[in-house]
Design a protein around this ligand. Structure first.
Ligand SMILES: [Zn+2]
Length: 237
């Protein structure tokens, strides 16, 4: 009688460790998702940096283009001045003078536009720096999150190792004719092979057991299974 009681108690301890192992395995399987979620936090900030960089590049290119346009006209002005200097005809001299004035006016306009565009460059450069700083801050948070996940991973694996070692010892004290039934139930009954009898009901399936089952469980002389779900029944202590 006491032997059977010890057997059931042993099984309950074994089941407790098996449940912990199951939970650990499930939690470990979730870690890659958690890592991915942590990394995803970077995506928004990285996109903002890229956008700021693109805008900066665009306006910098615009400055270069304006510079080139101004330079072309400056060269033209130089050429026209030489022509004007060399001409002997009054009419041509005056016509070239008009052209020179027109091109110089254009150079002035391009220079004004260049200054405006350069101010824009400053603005975009500040935005780009700010976006980079935000990314740096987020990266620090994400790195800390990832480090915490890695630490948890190591701790859980250690726990898993300890529980496996403990389980190996516990299994040795379970009789060979019960162990296969226990392990089969553990798999098929979602980690609960042994249920307790409470108020005449099996806590595994929540069904009332028949009187003879309840009596057998109370007697604790043999392994008794719930006639409804098949789980091994133990007295509720
Ligand atoms: Zn049951």
């Amino acid at each position: 009688m006491f032997l059977m009681l010890d057997e059931i108690r042993g099984l309950l301890i074994l089941q407790d460790r098996d449940k912990r192992l199951l939970t650990l395995a499930k939690d470990l399987a979730k870690l890659p998702q958690e890592e991915a979620r942590a990394r995803a936090k970077l995506a928004g900030d990285e996109a903002a940096v890229k956008q700021a960089k693109d805008a900066l590049n665009e306006v910098e290119l615009r400055v270069k283009k304006i510079e080139m346009d101004a330079e072309t006209r400056r060269t033209t002005v130089k050429r026209l001045r030489v022509q004007q200097f060399e001409t002997k005809k009054n009419e041509e001299y005056n016509a070239l003078g008009h052209e020179i004035t027109r091109y110089e006016k254009e150079v002035d306009e391009f220079e004004t536009r260049e200054l405006q565009a350069m101010e824009e460059v400053d603005g975009y450069r500040i935005k780009f720096q700010a976006a980079n700083e935000d990314l740096g801050k987020t990266r620090a948070i994400v790195d800390a999150d990832l480090a915490a996940i890695r630490e948890r991973h190591t701790r859980m694996e250690q726990q898993q190792k300890e529980l496996h070692a403990e389980r190996d010892k516990l299994v040795q004290s379970v009789s060979e004719d019960i162990l296969p039934l226990y392990e089969k139930l553990l798999k098929s009954k979602d980690g609960t092979a042994i249920a307790t009898l409470r108020g005449g009901k099996c806590t595994g399936c929540n069904m009332k057991v028949i009187a003879s089952t309840a009596i057998a469980v109370q007697a604790e002389k043999e392994i008794t299974q719930c006639e409804n779900c098949g789980r091994i029944l133990a007295m509720d202590e």
